[in-house]
Design a protein around this ligand. Structure first.
Ligand code: E4P
Length: 218
């Protein structure tokens, strides 16, 4: 399973990249705003800064909601850097724009997906990635991981090449369960990724190894 980090924070991206396990980055307008990145020029420059830190795909989301606007904005984003993936919302115009970009060989990520039906449409439109939001479904007492499982089954039935990018991943067990189900990618915050490192027996074992080494090498 590929690991993407879901942030626009350059320090977090550098830290995850430094671990050597990062495969890409996802962002959205809210994550950009959280970092205080506003205004088109600054936003576009920030995407290039992110691409210069990581080696993999970087999802950059359009803000337009109409087809023509999405196409215009998506082309501008795709021209920024070869690593850019155009992120489009799961709407009628978003699906049309996805088909437009897939026909042109430009990578796409269809976002704000909350049902298997929406995921089928994204695959039919040739999306590179589909982003079902696990955490936001959990937030409304619906099993987000169940949606990942449903999409996995449907995509496998037909050999759809669209990669399932489990989004809105919030914690370590989301990551582990996405891997068990067979998500192609997960995107989550640095805290969830670093959380995978933790086990008390690792800490206890390491402390013991250090103490024993020191006893024998004084
Ligand atoms: C997806 O690409 C989104 O950026 C993201 O995963 C949303 O996560 P949230 O529900 O934690 O805001």
């Amino acid at each position: 399973m590929k690991f993407f980090i879901d942030t626009a924070n350059l320090n977090d991206i550098r830290e995850a990249q430094g671990l050597g396990i990062l495969d890409g980055v996802t962002t959205n307008p809210s994550l950009m705003a959280k970092e205080g990145i506003t205004g088109t020029d600054n936003i576009l420059k920030h995407y290039v800064d992110i691409c210069n830190i990581v080696e993999g795909d970087v999802s950059a989301e359009v803000n337009a909601t109409d087809y023509e606007g999405m196409v215009r904005e998506g082309e501008q984003l795709a021209d920024l850097h070869p690593q850019i993936v155009v992120k489009l919302p799961m709407t009628k115009d978003g699906v049309r724009a996805c088909k437009y970009f897939s026909d042109k060989g430009i990578k796409t990520n269809v976002t704000l997906v909350f049902s298997a039906g929406q995921a089928i449409l994204a695959a039919k439109a040739g999306a590179t990635y589909v982003s079902p939001f696990v955490g936001r479904l959990d937030d409304i007492s619906t099993d987000g991981l169940n949606l990942i499982q449903e999409i996995r089954e449907i995509y496998d039935n037909y050999g759809y090449e669209t990669e399932i990018l489990a989004a809105s991943v919030r914690h370590t067990m989301h990551i582990v369960n996405c891997a068990k189900i067979g998500a192609d990618v997960m995107t989550g915050p640095l805290s969830a990724i670093l959380g995978l490192l933790k086990h008390p027996l690792t800490d206890i074992g390491l402390a013991q190894f250090i103490a024993d080494y020191q006893k024998g090498n004084q």
